[in-house]
Write a new protein. Structure first.
Length: 55
């Protein structure tokens, strides 16, 4: 896909579409949350909320 003057395709998407894409929790987000939880940077409650949001 070519880029227009250095703009990435996501910059051309309507705001509502970008927000929906950012609202999803995937494998990468779960992995990061687990790493933060293991390092004690994310509480048990915070980790539980991430896992529940995935559903």
């Amino acid at each position: 896909m070519s880029f227009l003057n250095g703009l990435h395709p996501i910059e051309l998407m309507p705001l509502s579409v970008k927000q929906r894409k950012n609202d999803t929790i995937g494998v990468r987000q779960i992995s990061k949350a687990k790493a933060f939880h293991d390092a004690r940077l994310l509480s048990d409650d915070g980790f539980r909320r991430v896992i529940e949001a995935k559903r």
